[in-house]
Design a protein around this ligand. Structure first.
Ligand SMILES: Cc1ncc(C[n+]2csc(CCOP(=O)(O)OP(=O)(O)O)c2C)c(N)n1
Length: 621
């Protein structure tokens, strides 16, 4: 396509992205920022053979539209529709599945090695944002790639933003490269030089020439010296909205047989004023009015995140030792307000969950009381740090896992389905799950006073609208809360978190069929209330556990293990998420799909009771 055609296409794609995200919600600002970059990449490389790996993948909407998904783009992030992130099963052009940050360079290097060993000549390109570059894995991969000296191409998409403003020394360094006046002069000279290299003089000659010019240029300005030290040839920064400039540089470096990093500057939210002025708000957004940029939000009770936000501030106001840590999510986790109120006690470490957790362990070892707020799905990154650095030393760190359970439209990469299972295996870990937003506040108060590790996991979205008590109330450690109990109960449901309300409603439905059900808020997944379970097991025909988490190793597993160990033969029905990855949809659709609604819980209980009665009558149990 001609440059004019490409620019026209960029406008059409932008409009399609904007219209679709306004209706479905999604990652607007990141994807608007990469329209020209994607078009330039697709103009130069042949992705029928070459491979393009996106980091996080939330900026890849143009890539999706260009690779056969324009007509289905309206289904973005909906149940059964196309996903918000690249996914291998969705398209052969999605070379590597993503959702979590900082994986692109490792994956690209892996694909490159595979191609070499299979004798397939191919370019592999990783596109990574400046935010994702704050993740340790990105550096591990750069370090390895620099040593292997393979022709990996890394495009650094620098918009100075993570979700919130990017943080860290590297981010400051990249900003300096943008700003250095002598660099701009040198950059012009260098760009002029690269443009004038005759195309036949590609390959080694370009590299030699580029390096000799760069030797002179970099000596004066040292742009990208950090990447050079890691074995990459650094080029840039170039304007990431100038298709021609990017095409020029991509086509010329495309044949260099060594690792190259091209630094492009983009504007997050490019082309849509509300997103350009508030790129954090439009990073990932729900439905909004395209004309005004106003979010279309139904009135709802405060979210769990909002309640956590205030609770941690209230705790910090009482205790100077409390510090708060986030991994690049001050807004998402609700810690932004804490940062404003206690700037010296707040730490945003970038997309570095592992570091966040060990940093907290260090702080705790030094006498502080760290609260680490990280989404459940991203905490998966820090498993060993939780085990080895916190629990093995029994350090008083409070882990607050937001977005636990099914998160909805972000889909399989983002569901917080595994936390109960992965935390439960660790000796010394305490796991609390609130049934509502008030209990979340109370649990935080209780956890902060303890001398051991505690994790609290809570869901995405609005609370139940219950009254939130400002003052701490009694929470007996390891004890469940009886919601309803009767002598005549045939069934006892031990429910975890969000499932307490669903189970209470299920009990009402079962009541209409003359089945009396006890409902217990488990509250603690570790240590859990073994005494009450034992007591209930003796009293009822059927024990039920219900959790918004994977069944493999979750709370139900804990109860099953306990019953087996205690030689208790009361039948147990475990309800939760089956051993599979759950795709995207609204939270309500997904809960229904997983059988975690009152209606479906009551049906499963009824079925199991029938099986038990039938089994009893026929002697098969
Ligand atoms: C391991 C991990 N932690 C946190 C996130 C949440 N997250 C998604 S995108 C993003 C910021 C990425 O910034 P950048 O790479 O610069 O891309 P941009 O959105 O600015 O284009 C964050 C923190 C994630 N996806 N993965």
């Amino acid at each position: 396509m001609s440059l004019t055609d490409l620019e026209e296409l960029a406008g059409e794609i932008r409009e399609l992205i904007l219209t679709t995200v306004a209706k479905n919600g999604g990652h607007l600002a990141p994807s608007l920022g990469t329209v020209e970059l994607t078009l330039a990449l697709y103009s130069v490389f042949d992705f029928n053979n070459d491979r393009l790996i996106w980091d996080v993948g939330h900026q890849a909407y143009t890539h999706k539209i260009l690779t056969g998904r324009r007509d289905t783009f309206h289904t973005l992030r909906t149940l059964g529709g196309i996903t918000g992130f690249p996914k291998r099963v969705e398209s052969p052009f999605d070379s590597f599945g993503v959702g979590h940050a900082s994986t692109s360079i490792s994956a690209a290097l892996g694909l490159l090695i595979a191609a070499e060993l299979e004798h397939v000549p191919r370019r592999v390109i990783a596109v990574i944002g400046d935010g994702a570059l704050t993740g340790g894995m990105a550096f591990e991969a750069l370090n390895h790639a620099g040593q292997l000296k393979k022709n990996l191409l890394v495009v650094l998409n620098d918009n100075e933003m993570s979700i919130d403003k990017n943080v860290g020394a590297l981010s400051e360094y990249l900003s300096k490269i943008r700003l250095k006046p002598q660099y701009h002069r040198a950059k012009k000279e260098f760009e002029g030089f690269v443009k004038n290299i005759p195309f036949r003089d590609v390959g080694e000659k370009i590299l030699l020439a580029a390096n000799s010019v760069k030797a002179g240029v970099t000596a004066a300005i040292i742009p990208g010296a950090i990447f050079e030290a890691l074995g990459f040839t650094y080029l840039g920064p170039i304007d990431g909205h100038d298709i021609k400039a990017m095409k020029d540089i991509f086509s010329k470096v495309g044949v260099i047989d060594a690792p190259v990093l091209i630094h492009v500057n983009t504007t997050k939210g490019k082309g849509y004023k509300p997103a350009e002025t508030a790129p954090d708000k439009f990073h990932g957004i729900g439905k909004f009015d395209k004309a005004t940029g106003q979010v279309l939000k139904k009135k709802s009770p405060p979210s769990y995140t909002e309640i956590f936000s205030q609770a941690v501030i209230d705790c910090a106001a009482r205790d100077k030792k409390i510090v708060a840590i986030t991994a690049a999510m001050p807004s998402g986790t609700g810690l932004k307000k804490f940062a404003e109120m206690f700037p010296h006690r707040f730490f945003d470490v970038g997309i570095a969950e592992e570091h966040a957790v060990t940093l907290a362990a260090g702080m705790a070892a030094g006498g502080l009381r760290p609260v680490v707020a990280i989404y459940s799905t991203f905490m998966q990154r820090a498993y060993d740090q939780i085990l080895h650095d916190i629990c093995l030393q029994n350090l008083p760190v409070v882990l607050c896992l937001d977005r636990a359970g099914l998160v909805g439209e972000d889909g399989s990469t983002h569901h917080g389905a595994f936390d109960l299972a992965y935390l439960r295996t660790i000796p010394g870990m305490n796991i609390l799950v609130p049934k509502d937003e008030n209990e979340l506040r109370q649990m935080l108060f209780a956890a902060i006073g303890k001398n051991f590790p505690v994790a609290i996991r809570y869901p995405r979205g609005a609370g139940l609208g219950v009254k939130v008590e400002t003052e701490p109330s009694e929470l007996t450690w390891g004890k469940a809360e009886v919601i309803q109990q009767s002598q005549a109960a045939e069934v006892a449901i031990f429910a975890v978190g969000t499932m307490v309300k669903a189970s209470t409603d299920a009990a009402k439905l079962l009541r209409t069929r003359n089945i009396s059900v006890d409902v217990i808020n488990a509250r603690f997944v570790k240590p859990f209330d073994t005494e009450l379970i034992k007591k209930s097991a003796r009293a009822v025909k059927l024990l039920v556990t219900c959790e918004e988490g994977t069944l493999n190793g979750g709370f139900g597993s804990a109860v099953a293990e306990f019953l087996a160990d205690e030689n208790i033969s009361t039948p147990l029905l475990r309800l939760g998420i089956k051993d599979e990855f759950i795709e995207q949809g609204t939270r309500a659709e997904l809960l229904d799909m997983c059988g975690l609604t009152a209606e479906k819980i009551s049906r499963r209980v009824l079925e199991r009771l029938n099986e038990l009665i039938f089994g009893f009558l026929t002697g098969i149990r």
